[in-house]
Design a protein around this ligand. Structure first.
Ligand SMILES: Nc1nc2c(c(=O)[nH]1)N[C@H]1C(S)=C(S)[C@@H](COP(=O)(O)O)O[C@H]1N2
Ligand SMILES: [Mo]
Length: 400
């Protein structure tokens, strides 16, 4: 059940943000997410409309789910935000910004945005989804940011190919991985700086971009202004924001954020029994296929006059082949109609006609199948970080 109520936002939490990051309103709505300790204030951060605040510092802001009903692209001011470290620049001068390209390269570079503009420009529509999207629904519960399903968004990204930048620097034969770092840093020197790496072959892929625009305009500061990495089809932990350093490594990156964090069990289905230890792990990578209804809410009433069910589906880049809906909790299914295809990494909208009877209750279920044949499970596997959630979503509704 999601209930919206008004409550006073505590003055103490606002002060913790620092003056320039103060949310625009002191009086906030709040939203109750469908799990224990799921009450979230709705507050507007710079360049953002009111979003669900999981933490103000570092900012972790969730998109209210109804936004996904409004179009295939997620507006920049509604796009979720997630930072690990609190020392985030409050202002970045794009004209002074440089990306240092060093390590196992023939020619180290210091690239300005003007240098990037001289390379071929590329546009890709792609979903940016946090590895922990839906973590708050994990059963048993796990540690980590307690998101509902709004830690995702779909945007048109414009930039240049990472490969073109790497080719300008010239990779040495010893190059093994490419590491990315952003401008922000930890508050305490003992906290490891946030850095992520990709294998050289992955980094040289056609679709990996250094993006400077999101939905046709500069990136919001909180989404990585002035430039961020785009790794379409992969969870957004790799989509490094405020990108300032590209370091070509001659070894597999063993920094905390690669070696310890953001790993999934290397087991069938990447699942383990709750409480298991000692299993092998691999870095998280490609996104699983998911689908959602966007115009019904679990536990809410619907109007008998509602004649269309709508939603979105996406996967890790093979594209959506089919979406099915059920009104009986997954016993019987029928096909939904797919909306326009705006790219294999994008949300794909879908719709299905709906006929219900007043006074009845229904359990609506939605299931997507990707072009690679993958589909969504009826029960969710478990892993200690609550990653990879893609269970068939259910919406219990009563018809009023
Ligand atoms: N520089 C930097 N980039 C980052 C992160 C970060 O903490 N610092 N977090 C990553 C993670 S885990 C997520 S979910 C996405 C969130 O992207 P968004 O804030 O644009 O929605 O940024 C990724 N890139
Ligand atoms: Mo994330």
């Amino acid at each position: 059940m999601r209930k919206i109520g008004r409550r006073r936002f505590l003055a103490g939490s606002v002060a913790a943000l620092g003056a320039s990051a103060l949310p625009a309103r002191a009086l906030a709505d709040s939203v109750q997410l469908p799990f224990a300790n799921g009450e979230r204030p709705l507050l507007a951060f710079p360049q953002k409309r009111p979003l669900l605040v999981l933490s103000p510092r570092p900012p972790q802001l969730e998109t209210p789910f109804a936004v996904f009903d409004q179009g295939v692209y997620t507006p920049n001011d509604a796009f979720f935000v997630r930072w690990h470290l609190s020392n985030i620049p409050q202002h970045v001068d794009a004209s002074a910004h440089r990306i240092a390209v060093t390590g196992e390269v023939n020619t180290p570079l210091s690239l300005s945005l003007a240098d990037l503009a001289a390379l071929p420009q590329v546009e890709i529509t792609a979903v940016n989804q946090c590895s922990g999207n839906g973590r708050g629904l994990s059963a048993p519960r796990v540690a980590g940011g307690q998101w509902d399903n709004g830690a995702m968004g779909n945007a048109l990204w414009t930039g240049v190919r990472l490969r073109d930048v790497l080719d300008r620097a010239g990779l040495k034969a010893t190059a093994k991985q490419v590491q990315f770092d952003g401008l922000e840093g930890p508050v305490l020197p003992t906290t490891p700086d946030f850095r992520k790496s990709l294998d050289v072959d992955k980094a040289r892929g056609d679709d990996i971009l250094i993006a400077y625009a999101m939905n046709g305009v500069p990136l919001p500061l909180l989404n990585g202004f002035p430039v961020r990495l785009i790794v379409p089809g992969w969870y957004s932990t790799y989509w490094v924001k405020m990108l300032s350093a590209i370091t070509v490594l001659d070894h597999v990156d063993d920094n905390f954020w690669m070696k310890t964090a953001y790993r999934i069990p290397d087991t069938p289905d990447n699942s383990v029994m709750p409480g298991a230890t000692g299993f092998p792990t691999v870095p998280i990578n490609r996104m699983r296929v998911r689908s959602f209804a966007t115009n019904v809410v679990d536990g809410a009433k619907i109007d008998v006059k509602l004649q269309e069910l709508r939603g979105i589906a996406f996967d890790g880049g093979s594209g959506i082949k089919r979406v099915e809906v059920s009104l009986d909790g997954g016993t019987t299914w029928r096909d939904a109609a797919l909306g326009p295809d705006v790219g294999k990494y994008s949300f794909r909208r879908w719709s299905a006609s709906l006929q219900t009877r007043a006074g009845q209750t229904y359990t609506i279920a939605v299931r997507a199948t990707a072009n690679d044949g993958a589909t969504q499970p009826a029960t969710q596997g478990w892993n200690p970080s609550g990653y990879l959630r893609n269970v068939v979503e259910m919406y219990k509704v009563a018809v009023g």
